[in-house]
Each structure stands twice: as C-alpha cells, then as structure tokens.
Design a protein around this ligand. Structure first.
Ligand code: ATP
Length: 201
C-alpha cells in the first residue's frame, strides 16, 4: 500500500536518566508509535521459552520470582560484573533486534521510533535512518535516577560507568535533544517532528 510517504525508522537513545522515555512520551502524544526496546526485552525475557531457558541456565532460579523477571537482583549481578553483563546482552540483544525489525514492517505512519539505551552497541542501530540522542549533564541524571529508582549516588554512578560515554555517543547521533532543565523539551521534539514529516515525504 502507498501512503504517500516513506516510513522513516528513527532511533532514540541516551544514557541512563537522560530522559529518553520522557522524550518518547512527547512523540507518542504527537501520534508517533514508539518501540520501547528495554520493555520489549523484559517481556521477551519473561515470555520467550528459549530465552527463559538460557537465562535460568546462566543465572540460576533467582533470576525469576513467581515467573516475573527479578530485575533488581539481575541488575545487582550484571552491573557488578562486566562479563555477566556481556553474556546477558548477547542473549537478549539479537531477539530484541528482530522484534524491532518486525515492528517497523508495514507501519502506516511517516515515521516510527525505536527507543533503546544501547543503540550503538551490538548492532542495535542497524537499519535506522536517523538517530536522536537525548543528553543531560551527569549531575542532573544522577539526581533524576536517585529520585526515580530510590538508589543512592554510588549505585547510580556505577550504572552510568557501565555504559559507554554519553559525550561520544552524542557525536554519533544525527540530532541531539538537550534535556538540562533549561531548554524546553516540547519545542525541541516538535522541531524534530516537523523535520521528520518533511523527510518522509
Ligand atoms: P533510563 O535509561 O534509566 O530508562 P531515561 O533516559 O528513559 O532513563 P527518563 O525515565 O525519561 O530517562 O527520565 C529519568 C527521570 O527524570 C524520570 O523520573 C523523569 O520523569 C525525570 N525527567 C526527565 N526529564 C525531565 C525534565 N526535563 N524535567 C523534570 N524531570 C525530568
């Protein structure tokens, strides 16, 4: 079917607490579909039988609690051991990547957004037309995540340290949204929305 536009595949990324989900929610209000890779990954971990089996074999029964992913426990393991984090990513990334590819197929919108903390790692950005980075200074991210997740400063810092440098990632993005409590987010998102509608024509 021809809808009169090319459907663009847009990536949305940024470090922990940068404001990806907040930005994604504004795009949703504008009617743009958002694929939340972290939520999809969690659903697959709980519901895909092959992946579940792999997780149990690697991490043992504590990885699930009443059939729900024990996120806090697993985070405690992988954020303190880069090898375990790498193993987890190697199990979860490929299946999430194909879920995203299938999600974009046949979408009748000018563009769709794939939101993921890790887009430049493990080929997760493959096939995307443009990538938006959300950037916030580190002290703001720490405050926001401490407040949101009830973590202490050290716990947030150790999670930030496990991710590749945000400053480098932003250089790889086509567009950067600055979420620093100074610039209005909605104006920045609207400007990108109009740009993508033009590009999709
Ligand atoms: P993560 O990678 O950890 O999922 P994220 O990049 O998706 O984080 P958000 O969850 O959008 O980040 O934002 C982190 C916290 O900061 C949330 O509680 C959110 O409500 C808050 N926040 C984000 N942007 C702003 C803002 N401009 N003003 C006030 N609070 C904000």
């Amino acid at each position: 079917m021809n809808f009169g536009f090319f459907m663009l595949k847009i990536g949305l990324t940024g470090g922990i607490g940068s404001g990806k989900t907040t930005v994604a929610n504004i795009f949703k209000v504008l009617g743009i579909p958002v694929f939340d890779a972290d939520t999809v990954a969690k659903n697959l971990m709980e519901n895909d039988p092959v992946l579940k089996k792999k997780l149990l074999a690697q991490f043992g029964p504590l990885v699930f609690e009443h059939d729900k992913l024990n996120r806090k426990w697993l985070a405690g393991i992988v954020f303190n051991d880069p090898y375990q984090l790498e193993l987890l990513n190697a199990m979860v990334h490929p299946i999430t990547l194909s879920a995203a590819e299938n999600w974009f197929v046949g979408m009748d919108k000018p563009y769709g957004i794939k939101e993921a903390a890790l887009l430049f790692e493990a080929g997760a950005g493959a096939g995307l037309d443009y990538i938006i980075g959300v950037f916030a200074p580190q002290h703001i991210r720490i405050q926001r995540v401490m407040q949101r997740d009830g973590l202490n400063r050290e716990e947030v810092l150790s999670r930030i340290d496990r991710q590749a440098s945000d400053t480098i990632k932003m250089k790889l993005c086509d567009f950067v949204i600055l979420n620093d409590d100074q610039q209005l987010l909605t104006e920045q998102v609207l400007a990108l929305h109009h740009k993508f509608l033009e590009l999709a024509k």
